[in-house]
Design a protein around this ligand. Structure first.
Ligand code: ADP
Ligand code: F6P
Length: 487
């Protein structure tokens, strides 16, 4: 077993999903989600080792290097792990709880046992591949217990933890029957990072409330230093743990590799618009098909604007690309059928033969095709009820560095804290979504200088705070936090 890796990332998913063919061979394709988008360029730069699940149950190939030099170390999950750990505790307990109860979380002791066992499995894999004194960066809510387990297994490691989804208010988190174990697990890290200052403050407040987790705090949230306009709050506060370590807590808003999201070629955009019947206004949504994303709400807003005559079905189209996600979980099934029913109804009401008003794809697209969609879209619709960051919003912005286009963005997406030029909406209030869609279209047509200034403000932010700023600020802080912990 290779134990020579000085920089190891562990995440539930590897950046690729495996498909096993009947003859036993397998192929790989990019895996979904913002975590992979954010971390892939970082791992490539560091030529790091990525420990994670290969996306198919009961199999795990030998470790291998990708074309871009990242060493992938697959961890095998059984189908029972997948049900209890992934579908159950991660995505039917933690996911809804951390997204402010958009649906009701399920608290199930068997799932909790599976979560503990699988976290142990990931931690053991990391312990085996990590060189002495290596830096290990643990990712996201599926692995909340890994820092604590690793601390026991390998006290020599420098351990960072980053949460890619929101961290809820202590009042919500305290519902969790296993809250103390989870907080203790997170505090196994030397540095715990969140996207937003609010998330970090929620965590700090929680550790004061949950018994037996933290001894004391040094530094109050409101005393903490804010670095730069991205509000990268480095080492915001320390929590002193009962085993006399100092754990750093801070906010580090994730971003994208801007070089991967430039404008598509003019001809490919013109071809697409031609296929769409050269609409005057093209709206676009790109999401995993998740009930947190507010896909139905944007469809309803579009439908109501058509109904009211505020949009002309001959001149406006909505493109919605939805990546299949967590498809066996009840709320995801319901969400998909609601979205697809709405697409059918809207096209039935407002389309004509050969000219639908909503174009809907339920699949993943290659980045090159997404780029064409981003470039063609006049108005990007990003309307989650709650979202840790939302990288799709930043990808659209990066694609529109020329100042064209407009972004309608939910105020409940983490990205809203940075993208001051977005048309902010409240997805719980359809009138607000409609108002901002209309305002964006109005500005593009009647007030282009203002629309342009808004997009330029957005793109300046994204280009000056790309994924390297995120990774470097976290890793620099982790270095400092590790040193501090030893002192
Ligand atoms: P989440 O992590 O919740 O899925 P983000 O918006 O942060 O949400 O990240 C989603 C990532 O997945 C983005 O990089 C986006 O480009 C990608 N993505 C989303 N939908 C699709 C799709 N249909 N095809 C290809 N990539 C997609
Ligand atoms: O961003 C949240 C997240 O759960 C990530 O952990 C993951 O990359 C992405 O969404 C996709 O989710 P899943 O791995 O469940 O398909």
């Amino acid at each position: 077993m290779e134990a020579s890796n000085s920089f190891v990332v562990v995440a539930n998913r590897l950046p690729v999903d495996m498909t096993v063919h009947p003859d036993g061979s397998y192929s790989i394709s990019p895996s979904p989600g913002g975590l992979v988008t954010g971390l892939s360029p970082v791992l490539e730069q560091h030529r790091g080792c990525w420990v994670g699940w290969p996306g198919t149950v009961d199999v795990a190939p030998e470790p291998f290097r990708t074309d871009t030099g990242v060493l992938l170390h697959p961890v095998k999950l059984t189908s029972s792990d997948f049900e209890g750990f992934y579908e159950g505790f991660s995505n039917a307990t933690l996911w809804p709880l951390f997204h402010d109860l958009i649906v009701q979380p399920v608290y199930n002791t068997d799932w909790w046992q599976a979560f503990r066992e699988v976290n142990l499995k990931f931690a053991e894999a990391v312990a085996q591949v990590s060189a002495p004194n290596a830096t290990v960066w643990v990712q996201d809510y599926q692995l909340l217990l890994v820092p604590g387990i690793l601390r026991q297994l390998r006290p020599d490691l420098k351990i960072g933890f980053f949460l890619h989804i929101p961290f809820p208010s202590p009042d919500l988190f305290r519902q969790l029957p296993w809250r103390e174990e989870i907080v203790r697990g997170m505090l196994g890290a030397d540095l715990v990072g969140f996207h937003l200052i609010q998330n970090a403050e929620n965590f700090l407040a929680l550790t004061k409330q949950v018994a037996g987790t933290a001894g004391s705090h040094t530094g109050q949230p409101d005393e903490l230093e804010v670095h730069g306009t991205a509000k990268v709050r480095e080492l915001g506060a320390y929590i002193r743990t009962p085993d006399a370590r100092n754990v750093g807590v801070g906010a580090f808003p994730i971003s994208i590799d801007v070089s991967a999201f430039g404008k598509a070629s003019k001809s490919s955009v013109l071809n697409l618009l031609n296929d769409l019947g050269n609409p005057e206004t093209t709206f676009l949504g790109v999401d995993r098909l998740d009930y947190t994303k507010g896909i139905l709400q944007r469809l309803l807003a579009f439908e109501q604007l058509l109904e009211a005559g505020a949009l002309d079905p001959e001149k406006a189209v909505l493109l919605q690309v939805a990546t299949p996600s967590r498809e066996r979980i009840d709320h995801y099934r319901v969400s998909r059928s609601q979205v697809e029913e709405a697409v059918g109804r809207i096209n039935g009401r407002f389309g004509r033969m050969g000219h639908p008003v909503v174009h809907y794809l339920h699949r993943s697209l290659p980045k090159s095709e997404l780029q064409i969609l981003y470039s063609a879209a006049d108005v990007m619709l990003v309307t989650p009820f709650k979202d840790g960051m939302n990288l799709v919003a930043k990808e659209y912005v990066a694609n529109h560095r020329d100042g064209n286009g407009a972004l309608v963005l939910s105020e409940f997406a983490g990205a809203a804290a940075e993208l001051s030029g977005a048309y902010l909406c409240n997805p719980f209030d359809l009138e607000s979504v409609k108002r901002q869609m209309v305002a964006a279209v109005y500005d593009l047509r009647q007030n282009p200088a203002s629309a342009r200034a808004r997009m330029l403000a957005n793109s300046e932010q994204v280009y000056s705070h790309d994924v390297n700023v995120w990774a470097n600020s976290f890793l620099d802080c982790l270095k400092e936090a590790g040193e501090n912990a030893k002192a």
